[in-house]
Ligand binder design. Sequence first.
Ligand SMILES: *Cc1c(COP(=O)(O)O)cnc(C)c1O
Length: 370
Amino acid sequence: MSRVTRATINLTALKYNLAIVKKSAPPQKIMAVVKADAYGHGMARVAQALKEVLSEQDAFAVASIDEAVMLRAVGITNSIVVLEGFNSSADLTLIQQHNISVVIHHISQLILLELQAEQVKNIKCWLKIDTGMHRLGFAPDDVKKMYQRLLNTGVDTDIGLMTHLANADDRGDSKSEQQVELFNQIVSGNPAETSLANSAAILGWPTAHGHWVRPGIMLYGVNPFVYSTENEANKLAATLKPVMTLSAALIAINKISKDETIGYGSTWSCPEDMLVGVVSIGYGDGYPRHAPSGTPVLVNGKRAALIGRVSMDMIMVDLRQQTDVKVGDEVTLWGDGLPVEEIAAAADTIGYELLCGVTRRVVFEYKDSE
Ligand SMILES: *Cc1c(COP(=O)(O)O)cnc(C)c1O
């Protein structure tokens, strides 16, 4: 029998989460973000499922030209926006060939467009404005000039204006309001389409909705907010359904004596004679090595605690609360019944990183009940 370590991807939940995007930002157009292999869920299957519930006018967003080309190869005909744009003339050829839209965020890209005038015809562009995140984008004072320069290169005249919020995941932080205000000042008088909102802004900052919203993590059923404060945004976030369930199996159940230690480094000792389960998952599958003893798992749907260090292929769990277990029983690491946010908090990271980090050794299964 092969190793049972599985990521089950629930495409019905994915489509349900898209409906929550639509409900949260009703008239806006959607750029569904499927970068990084759809946050580790498998880009082709995720994009095809989303396409069923998106309109023809909606778009997909990815990080790189390669990802955009892959989407075309699996039959995606919607617009595809590359959030990091391009950085070579070879990229420009692919952009034209595959009808890809690009974000222009740096002077080096403008210069390339100016030098390759014959290659830029009809390329759809988004001009990125840095309103305070200081990652990508033109400084507010340069925007008018750069917009004009971009227009003069001969790209599609329908240039969009976008920015990205640094702290949208914290409803108590006023920086988002400042960024939105600055963005509105810069774009005022320009009839171009706008886009500012990631998942957190879609759910929590209605003034940032603009014409296009860019949901990523919420599509995969993860609450984008850092604090679980009781408010409307969190209530809506709580209705999202997890798309990935990561599971494995008990491969051994051992009786270990009081004061014996468990795993590498002997970091956990048994407070009494007890049953210890060995589970077929480890950091080689993308389970976080920094998850400490006490991190929850579900054994046959019931909570149990990780004990000792995470190994490459295995973890050990405390089975003292589990009376009726046998080798082969299912263990859930996150997903249905155990939010990935909770595991991320225990391992001092974020759900995004855990989802993106599931490795190719894990078997992916797709289900769609519709
Ligand atoms: C990744 C990304 C998003 C999606 O962010 P989520 O927090 O996952 O919703 C939106 N916009 C840009 C520019 C991004 O890079």
